[in-house]
Design a protein around this ligand. Sequence first.
Ligand code: ZN
Length: 201
Amino acid sequence: MSYFLPGLWHLAAAISFAVAFGLWQGSNPLHFLSSPAFTLALVVCSSAFFWVPDRWAKKGALKFLHYPLPDWDVLLLGPASHRNWLTHSALLPLLLFGALWNWPTLAKPVFFQAALGTCVGVGSHLFWDCVGSKRHSIVVVPYWWTLREAASRVYLLAGALLSLFIGGALCGGMDAQTPDAVAPNSWDALVTFARHAAKGL
Ligand SMILES: [Zn+2]
């Protein structure tokens, strides 16, 4: 089956969330979408480059551009692992948020934009997997342990909300550009970051 239509829906969902974030944080629908780092991360994590014809996209490393990041479970673990519980969760947004928390010096505009694009991209992908597909089955261990339909739907929705929530927190955390003012990793830096992160929500 061609991935074109599902890819288009995933992209539409991602752009909708990106526009909502832009209006919310900057009163401008293109506030974030005008950033190449944000938009690239958004596309890679939500729909990938689904418009590339199948005959090219199925070859070698190009497959990784054709599959959205959460669906790399198919490429890395095999089709039986599709909708793997880790790739279809807020794990990556959490790791990026943790990295910014731990190393405040990472809070450069490009890293921030890419991290935010990842949060919105993963969040919108999980959201559309939840509401847009008929079959729901989160795979914990292939052939042995999969979540049932309703539980899978709740799991995807929870992951989507957490990813978008972390994106909101990042919007606030970006204002806390104080790594030079306070020693990195000191409690002061963490408290400042947390205070600003909370403001983004
Ligand atoms: Zn997926």
